[in-house]
Ligand binder design. Structure first.
Ligand SMILES: *Cc1c(COP(=O)(O)O)cnc(C)c1O
Length: 489
């Protein structure tokens, strides 16, 4: 048993050590993919050492690429080594963090408080929980918002469901993450009830010619809510972004909070802030003022498995009202009755999962290994690299920024002079895959303001200006190649 675990630690260490020396990503050879896909169910067992060999050869050799300093894709971080190590201990300890009198439970309450303290969200003990990710945190938050709004309207949604209930409406911009709509659909509210709030568009850029969103248009939000109220509907939820996934933009949180009213205030609309990616940006002293108003939200989703570099599988929800969360979800049958006398009850009373993974230990390790100062330095390093990337993009003739850079996401496009906009769009839509294929840098794409863009996200403090230069060089080279192809037909 010890030999197996030591060998696993060696394989993991060798993997992390060697990341930067390998290509950031490469497509899997067909036979390797087939061997995994078609692996027969084994009749008999094998030694752990053999399994680790196979895992190293067939699995670890073909990673997604996050972990490499030239990885700029999606919102996926490099794992912090302290959190990787702690993950092994969490598995070995293997409690169900549903609740009870064991160490993982107070540890989860403490790290949830740490998260709140890191980003500056007011916190009473127990007012939040760790989840599988921000999508799950969003479902829990919107479930609680739905419960509160209908309870105030005299309707017990837990007992009666939604058929015949007052008609709920929710508000977010087109830049809100898809998990918001998914949650609205899943909770039976229906995406028709999710109003798209326009964004305030400003002209920026050197030539003043780029239409760029300045976040949610607060006056438009106010109007939409008033219209729905006048029509007898129940506006119950506003979702604001503290760092959009496309451009890292932060909505005007303080003004949105004014529209929603204070947490728990009668007649108030629940303000949920999606800080899955961006909430941790608040630990960078240079950025914290941009988050004014975040502390006034009813709930905040944030993802330790992104900027906090906890291995994937950990999101978090913070709420202003602990008891409200509990009343939306608590269901304690006799076989789960808590005899420990803990007044907060079980963590499973505050969300959807019953048997819960021990997520707190890797979060604890990721923060404790660095302290607040270390986390802040790492976040600031990512923001600095993103600003460097933005500067290099602006200095590079064939490239242009698609949006201003607030945090560590840079949206840009390949746009050489004299090329028709349709052709520019065609090239940019094909560019992420072309850059990925080259194997030196990894970036993904999106559509912003109706046009394809490259979007680079920096979550790894080891990603530095040299990697930003590499990405720009790769974008230029791949763009030029694609352009030749595009003009040839
Ligand atoms: C990643 C992300 C989500 C979804 O979170 P998961 O952890 O992937 O479930 C929601 N919003 C934003 C802004 C994100 O970056």
């Amino acid at each position: 048993m010890r030999d197996g675990l030591r060998a696993a630690a060696d394989v993991a260490a060798a993997h992390l050590d060697g990341v930067a020396a390998r290509p950031v990503w490469q497509s899997m050879p067909e036979q390797v993919r087939a061997a995994l896909l078609d692996a027969p169910l084994p009749e008999t067992g094998r030694a752990v050492g053999e399994l680790l060999d196979e895992a190293e050869r067939r699995v670890l050799a073909y990673p997604m690429g996050n972990g490499h300093p030239a990885f700029f894709g999606w919102v996926n971080a490099a794992p912090h080594p302290a959190a990787v190590a702690a993950g092994l201990l969490a598995s070995a300890s293997n409690p169900s963090s549903a609740g009870g009198d064991h160490a993982d439970v107070p540890l989860e309450r403490a790290v949830v408080r740490w998260l709140a303290q890191l980003v500056g969200f007011p916190h009473e003990i127990g007012a939040g929980l760790l989840t599988s990710g921000a999508s799950m945190a969003t479902i829990v938050a919107i479930g609680a918002a739905r419960h509160r709004a209908l309870e105030r309207a005299g309707w017990d949604v837990r007992e009666k469901g939604l058929a015949g209930a007052p008609e709920l409406t929710a508000y977010a911009t087109a830049e809100a993450h898809s998990c918001v709509r998914k949650a609205i659909e899943l909770l039976g509210i229906g995406s028709r009830a999710l109003r798209t709030v326009p964004e305030r568009v400003e002209k920026v850029g050197d030539a003043g010619d780029g239409p760029v969103s300045a976040g949610m248009d607060v006056e438009a939000l106010r109007e939409l809510i008033a219209q729905d109220r006048a029509a007898g509907r129940v506006p119950f939820l506003v979702v604001a972004s503290a760092g959009t996934v496309n451009t890292g933009a932060i909505d005007p949180l303080d003004q949105i909070a004014d529209v929603c009213g204070s947490p728990g205030g009668e007649g108030g609309v629940w303000l949920h802030i999606d800080g899955a990616y961006g909430a941790f940006g608040a630990v960078d002293a240079q950025m914290s003022a941009r988050y004014a108003g975040m502390a006034r939200a009813d709930s905040l989703a944030l993802d330790p498995h992104k900027w906090l570099q906890v291995p994937i599988g950990v999101g978090a929800l913070l709420v202003a009202d602990r008891e409200l969360l509990r009343s939306a979800f608590s269901l304690v049958p006799p076989y789960l009755r808590d005899e420990s006398g803990d007044a907060l009850g079980w963590l499973s009373e505050y969300g959807i999962e019953q048997t819960r993974q021990f997520r707190a230990l890797p979060v604890w390790a990721s923060i404790a290994a660095r302290g607040r100062a270390g986390v802040a330095a790492d976040v600031a390093a990512c923001n600095e690299t993103a600003r460097a990337l933005a500067r290099i993009v602006e200095e590079t003739p064939d490239l242009e920024l698609a949006a201003p850079v607030e945090l560590s996401i840079v949206a840009f496009r390949y746009a050489p002079a004299g090329v028709a906009p349709e052709q520019v769009d065609e090239v940019n839509a094909a560019l992420p895959a072309a850059i990925q294929e080259r194997g030196a840098a990894f970036v993904t794409g999106s559509v912003y303001q109706g046009r394809p863009v490259l979007r680079a996200c920096v979550l790894n403090p080891a990603t530095r200006e040299e990697h930003a230069r590499l990405l720009v060089a790769e974008a230029q080279a791949a763009g030029a190649e694609l352009l030749v192809g595009a003009t040839a037909h």
